[in-house]
Design a protein around this ligand. Structure first.
Ligand code: FHN
Length: 465
C-alpha cells in the first residue's frame, strides 16, 4: 500500500498536468485500434475446426499448446505490409491517432525485443521490426501513435497470466473435461510450458524491459493502452507505472490494475455509455467493425458506415472518444470491408469533421432525431445538431434552446437555415430532402453560453475486462 502511494505521488509529480497531456486526445475524438499478430495466420481455424469467439484469443479458446502455436509464426510473413497506406487509410477516415497491439495476450511482440525471442524479428521469416516503420509513417503524417501492451496476460512467455475459459466454449474439443480440470488447477493455463516462471519474474524479465523498449526505441509514444489486468499485483503495476515517469507527456488508460491505477481515461468496450454513466471523466469507447478484433477469415458480421458514423456522433455528443478497430490479415493488408468502411467514414468526416474535433458534450439530453455537440468561442457558442432522422414536415424543434440564434447553416452545402424562436425553444426550417442520409449537420451559432439542461441519475461507467 505504502509503495503504491509513493509511485502514484512520483507519477503525478513528474507527468504534466492532465489538462495539458490530454488536450490532443480530447481534441482528436477519433482513433484507429489495430489488433495484429500471429493469430492472423490461423485466422479463426485450428486443426480444421472453426474456433469460436474473438480471433486474437484462438490460442486460449483452442487450448493450443505453446510449441504448436509458435509454429504459426513460421507463416507470419507480412510482405504486403505498407504502414504508409495504413496511416493514410486512418488519416483519410478522419482519425487522429493509432493504437496498435505491440504485444497481445499470446505474448508475440510485433517489435524487435531483447527480452524475449518470441517476436517478429527472431521468430518469423519476416525478420523485421513492424513498429519502427509505422512510427515513422505516423510522424510523417502527423498521426499520434500509441502502443497496446498486454501487461498481465501472456500465454507464451512463462509467468504471464491466463484468464480461464472452458475448453468447449472454443470448439467441441473431445478432451474438454481433462483440459478444464488442468486449467482449474493451473490458474487458467493449459500448458506446463506457461508456468515455469512466476508473475513477478515474468514482469521483471519480460514486461518491464519490453515496455522500456517500446517507450525508448520508437520516438514519441503518445499513449499506452494496457489490457485485462487479471492476476496483476500492485507491486507489478507500480513497476510498469514508474516507467511512464520518464515520459511526462504520455497518457494511459484505466486497465493497468484496478482500482489503484485509474490512468487518464476509462475504456468502455463494444458499447457506448448511457448519459447516466457520464461523470465528467475522460472516456473512450473501443469497438470492432465486425465481431472480432484480430483477423478471422469468416467473421463477416460487418457494421455499416451509417452505424459507425452515428456511433462516432453519439460518442462525441457525450464527450467521449471512439477507438475503432481494424484486424489486418497475416499478409499485412486490411480486410477490404475495413477499407471500404474507413473510406465511407472519411467522406462524412471531410464535410462534417468540425462537428466532432475538439467538440464538447451536448448541453441537451438525447434527441429522438439525432445528437448535438458544442464548441464555445470566446463570447458565443456553436452548436452542431447532427440530424439522423429528417423531419417529414421540414420543421426541426430544439426544446430548451433559449439563446439568441446568430446564424445557422448546413455543413453539407453551406445553405442558410431559418430559425424561429418558440415558447418551447427554437424551430429550424429545413429543406425537404436530407442532404446526407447518414447524418446532416446544422451548424448553429448562438449568443453567449448554453447551460447544460441535463439532469439524470448516476451509475458507474462499465469499462472492459
Ligand atoms: O481480451 C482483450 C481482447 O482480446 C481485446 O484486445 C479487447 C480490446 O479492448 N480487450 C480485451 C477484452 O476486454
Amino acid at each position: 500500500m505504502f509503495v503504491c502511494v509513493l509511485s502514484q505521488l512520483a507519477f503525478c509529480q513528474d507527468s504534466l498536468p492532465a489538462s495539458q497531456r490530454m488536450q490532443w486526445w480530447r481534441e482528436a475524438r477519433f482513433g484507429m485500434f489495430i489488433h495484429w499478430g500471429v493469430y492472423a495466420v490461423p485466422a479463426g481455424e485450428f486443426r480444421g475446426q472453426k474456433i469460436n469467439n474473438i480471433g486474437e484469443w484462438i490460442m486460449n479458446r483452442g487450448k493450443i499448446p505453446v510449441a504448436e502455436y509458435q509454429q504459426f509464426a513460421q507463416q507470419f510473413n507480412p510482405v504486403l505490409y505498407d504502414p504508409e497506406a495504413w496511416v493514410k487509410a486512418a488519416k483519410d477516415a478522419g482519425m487522429k491517432y493509432i493504437v496498435i497491439t505491440a504485444k497481445h495476450h499470446d505474448g508475440f511482440a510485433l517489435f524487435d525485443s531483447k527480452a524475449s525471442k518470441w517476436n517478429v524479428v527472431d521468430a518469423t521469416p519476416f525478420k523485421k521490426d513492424l513498429l519502427k516503420p509505422l512510427a515513422d509513417a505516423c510522424r510523417r503524417n502527423g498521426i499520434k501513435l500509441g502502443f497496446y501492451y498486454s501487461q498481465a496476460q501472456d500465454w507464451t512467455n512463462p509467468g504471464g497470466t491466463a484468464i480461464r475459459r472452458p475448453a468447449r466454449e472454443g470448439w467441441a474439443n473431445p478432451d474438454s473435461s481433462l483440459i478444464d480440470a488442468y486449467t482449474k488447477e493451473h490458474e487458467g493455463h493449459w500448458d506446463p510450458a506457461q508456468t515455469t516462471r512466476n508473475l513477478e519474474q515474468y514482469i521483471d524479465d519480460v514486461a518491464v524491459p519490453q515496455v522500456k523498449e517500446l517507450l525508448s526505441n520508437y520516438g514519441d509514444v503518445s499513449l499506452i493502452w494496457w489490457d485485462t489486468p487479471s492476476g496483476m499485483t500492485d507491486a507489478a503495476a507500480a513497476k510498469l507505472d514508474a516507467l511512464l515517469k520518464q515520459h511526462p507527456q504520455i497518457i494511459s488508460n484505466d486497465r493497468l490494475k484496478r482500482p489503484n491505477y485509474p490512468g487518464d481515461y476509462k475504456t468502455p468496450e463494444q458499447r457506448i455509455p448511457n448519459l447516466s454513466e457520464l461523470d465528467g471523466k475522460d472516456w473512450e469507447t473501443c469497438m470492432t467493425m465486425n465481431e472480432t478484433w484480430g483477423y478471422k477469415s469468416y467473421a463477416d458480421n460487418w457494421k455499416s458506415t451509417q452505424t459507425l458514423v452515428r456511433n462516432l456522433v453519439d460518442i462525441a455528443s457525450k464527450g467521449g472518444n471512439y477507438l475503432l478497430n481494424v484486424g489486418p490479415k497475416a499478409d499485412g493488408t486490411f480486410p477490404q470491408q475495413s477499407i471500404d468502411l474507413l473510406k465511407g467514414m472519411g467522406v462524412w468526416m471531410k464535410t462534417n469533421g468540425e462537428a466532432i474535433y475538439a467538440s464538447k458534450a451536448s448541453p441537451f439530453g438525447l434527441f429522438a432525431w439525432g445528437r448535438c455537440t458544442k464548441k464555445e468561442t470566446n463570447k458565443n457558442t456553436v452548436l452542431y445538431f447532427s440530424v439522423f432522422d429528417w423531419p417529414a414536415d421540414g420543421k426541426l424543434t430544439v426544446p430548451g434552446l433559449s439563446n439568441k440564434v446568430l446564424n445557422a447553416r448546413l455543413l453539407a452545402n453551406g445553405a442558410a437555415v431559418k430559425a424561429s424562436k418558440t415558447t418551447e425553444g427554437v424551430v429550424f426550417s429545413l429543406p425537404a430532402t436530407q442532404p446526407d442520409a447518414i447524418a446532416t449537420v446544422i451548424r448553429v451559432e448562438v449568443k453567449g453560453t448554453v447551460a447544460s439542461q441535463m439532469v439524470h441519475t448516476k451509475e458507474p461507467m462499465k469499462s472492459g475486462l
